[in-house]
Design a binder for this molecule. Sequence first.
Ligand code: KIV
Ligand code: NA
Length: 273
Amino acid sequence: MALRIQQLQQWKQQGRPIAALTAWDWLWARLLDRAGVDLLLVGDSLAMVALGHKTTLPLTLDQMIHHAAAVARGVESALVVVDLPFLTYQASEAEAIASAGRILKETEAQAVKLEGGYPEMAATVARLVRSGIPVMGHVGLTPQSVNQLGYRQQGRSPAEGDRILAEALALEAAGAFAIVLEHVPATLAERITRQLTIPTIGIGAGNACDGQVLVTADLLGLSDQTPPFAKTYADLGAAVIAAAETYCQEVRSGQFPPPPLSAAAQTHQSIGS
Ligand code: KIV
Ligand code: NA
């Protein structure tokens, strides 16, 4: 059975860190779920790591639903949370409900995530939560605002830090069940984590958050550009290239496939097996 959002809040109280990763299709989701990842985020970073876009902005709701449905088909245990793509929730609360509603109706995911903590967004979160849709917040560096913020660390000045803390508190008051803190100073993330009763999930936000999330392509060495705060746990990119190179060589040299066995050898093999 899938993890419930209440469990995350219990884990915060117990000091049991939450381990989250992103997923973009059935193949990867299945493996990550088997590894025991607590929360799988179908992040809109899939626009970059799975679709080759330069930013998250071009991703459409239909594309997200296509990917989220595939991820959810591969997951038995993890909580599946889906990013609302850029401009599928900002215009109005009704738009946010329609978009989040499509995600929950057309995929087996349990929750959505949206970016921003300013008052209008907190009101949208409250409206979604009252409609029965669990929502995760996301403050600090919000990549859907890349054209305003770039990919710089956020919350460096005391005033900016206070604003991000206020946004996180507003999202909690609106009913968000957890909040992603992206690329903010560790001291700010710690301050926010202490003041909230809901869990914080950090990415580039130090070690005091209630959980951590990484983009799986970075974790597995599949990205061309890995942010400085990410850790690469396996170099699958190099492994894939080496395997495919060997295959190409063997096909071109006639080493693969091997010549057919003689009829006698085939009979012998089937008896032996
Ligand atoms: O889209 C994404 O991968 C995210 C995480 C970095 C939190 O939003
Ligand atoms: Na995202």
